[in-house]
Each structure stands twice: as C-alpha cells, then as structure tokens.
Ligand binder design. Structure first.
Ligand SMILES: NC(=O)C1=CN([C@@H]2O[C@H](COP(=O)(O)OP(=O)(O)OC[C@H]3O[C@@H](n4cnc5c(N)ncnc54)[C@H](OP(=O)(O)O)[C@@H]3O)[C@@H](O)[C@H]2O)C=CC1
Ligand SMILES: O=C(O)C1=N[C@H](C(=O)O)C[C@H](O)C1
Length: 233
C-alpha cells in the first residue's frame, strides 16, 4: 500500500518503521511545516497529528475519497460530523483511541468487569492514566473509552478529571511522568479488598502495529469502523 502519514511525530515515525517492515511504501509525511501536499497520491492516510487539526485532516481525506485511519485523540466533539461525512461520501474511516491489541482486549475485560460490579455498591470505582509529559490532552482518549465502557454497563453517568464529589461520576486521575508510553488502570476499592485491572504499554510499537493492520484491513471497504471490526472481537 502507498501510505500518507498526517503527523510525523513520535507515532508517525514509529508507524513508518512498521509499515516499511510490512512491505508498504510511505509516499507522504506531513508535519506542522508541510505547506502544499496531495493526499490523493496515497492508497490510505494514517493520521496521528494533534487535536486541533485532526478533524480537518480527516475531512480532507473523506472529501477526496482516500480511506483514513485516525488515532489522534482530543477532537471527538466532532466525531459525529466526520462519521456523517464518511457516509455521505461513501468513504472509509476508522478511529480508535487506542490501536494496540492489548488495550482492545483490556476494553473488553473492563466492560465485563463493570457488568459484574454493577450492583456491588460497597466498591468505589476510580481510574488512572499515566503518560509522557509531551501529551497535549487529558484525560487520554483511552481513559475516556474505558470510562464510556463502564458507563454503558453500570449506573455511572459521566467521568470527571482528577476530582469528583458525585456518586454517579467516575474520577479519572491523569499523571504526566517522563517518557511513559501509556498506562491505564481501573480500580474498585472497598474496605475489605481492592480489584485492579491495568494495561501497561512498554513502547509505541503496539499502537503503531495496530494502526497499520487497521489500514491494511480498511482498504477496499466503505463505512465507519472500529478496532472491534478489525480484530473481530
Ligand atoms: N490511538 C492510538 O493508539 C494512539 C494515539 N495517540 C495520539 O496520536 C496523536 C499524536 O501523538 P504523538 O505522535 O505522540 O504526537 P507528536 O506531537 O509526536 O506528533 C504530532 C505530529 O503532528 C504534527 N502536526 C502539527 N500540526 C499539524 C498539521 N497541521 N497537519 C499535520 N500534522 C501536524 C506535528 O508536527 P511537528 O513535528 O512539526 O510539530 C507532529 O509531527 C496524539 O493525539 C496522541 O494522543 C498516540 C499514541 C497511540
Ligand atoms: O498521547 C499518547 O502518547 C497516547 N495517546 C492515546 C490516548 O490518548 O489514549 C493512546 C496511548 O495511550 C498513547
């Protein structure tokens, strides 16, 4: 496949390495300084850019009939507009807050646990995410997906960053430490015991591999998809 990378930072560079190892060609690399470029030279775009430009990048792809995989977080207030644009243009689009296989298994485990904990009111739930100090958004997209998975399967109604006084809110503590690639945990605490589930990324390779696998899967399809579709879980 001919791949265009919108965003050529930590993730763009890791994706390039994995794409080349899997026999693909990177025909375009766009960063903040790239002036004029044509995404139509590519079979697929992979967008790992910044929250402020992700929606424009995705719209540009959909308006030019180029399939697009996006992992950029922090722009999801416009997700429904992007999904509608994809449908109108008969395009192809996958967004995931986290492309790694391990985290997508963790998402399933989180929902299963939330269902089991639903009526156990003696347990207090909390979440923690830890990332490197260069991260622009908080809480992480992955933490928001985890919180949504709990809300869908419990009587919690919303999440709150760092502090909450409301029984119906899930507190998400966001920590920024050195070069941490991404650590997420969900904790149910009672006076008797604590149940923790945790995913620790050791590098960015899992995110990048998942994004390239999603791109390979998306080419030739039309619709708005998720990593559940790609992984068949
Ligand atoms: N879904 C997932 O699995 C994962 C998602 N992410 C998300 O991916 C995004 C990128 O992360 P990361 O690579 O660490 O961030 P970086 O800051 O390292 O990279 C962002 C890149 O976007 C570029 N950029 C800035 N403006 C534009 C623009 N107008 N058009 C195109 N590119 C632009 C930057 O350019 P310049 O270098 O010139 O500043 C940089 O190359 C974040 O939102 C992060 O949360 C991260 C890991 C996994
Ligand atoms: O910015 C990052 O680095 C990461 N962002 C994603 C998120 O916001 O969840 C995924 C991963 O945790 C790394």
């Amino acid at each position: 496949m001919k791949i265009a990378l919108l965003g050529y930072g930590r993730m763009g560079k890791t994706i390039e390495q994995i794409a080349l190892q899997r026999g693909h060609e990177v025909v375009l690399k766009v960063d903040e300084h790239t002036k004029n470029y044509d995404i139509k030279t590519a079979d697929i775009v992979i967008d790992f850019s910044i929250p402020a430009v992700a929606f424009n990048n995705i719209s540009n792809c959909l308006n030019n009939n180029v399939p697009v995989v996006s992992g950029t977080t922090g722009w999801l207030d416009k997700f429904n507009i992007a999904a509608e644009l994809c449908k109108q243009n008969n395009g192809a689009f996958i967004y995931a807050s986290n492309f790694s296989l391990g985290v997508n298994i963790f998402f399933e485990l989180n929902e299963y646990l939330a269902k089991m904990m639903r009526n156990l009111n003696e347990y207090q739930i909390s979440m923690e995410e830890i990332h490197h100090t260069k991260k622009l958004d908080a809480p992480s997209g992955t933490a928001i997906t985890l919180a949504e998975g709990i809300i869908k399967n419990s009587d919690k109604k919303s999440w709150a960053l760092n502090v909450t006084n409301k029984e119906t809110e899930i507190p998400i503590i966001a920590k920024r430490i050195n070069d941490v690639p991404g650590t997420h945990s969900v904790t149910y605490n009672s006076s008797i015991d604590t149940i923790d589930i945790k995913h620790t990324a050791h590098s960015r390779d899992g995110f990048a591999l998942g994004a390239v696998v999603a791109a390979e899967w998306l080419v030739g399809k039309t619709g708005v998809f998720t990593m559940k579709d790609v992984l068949g879980i």
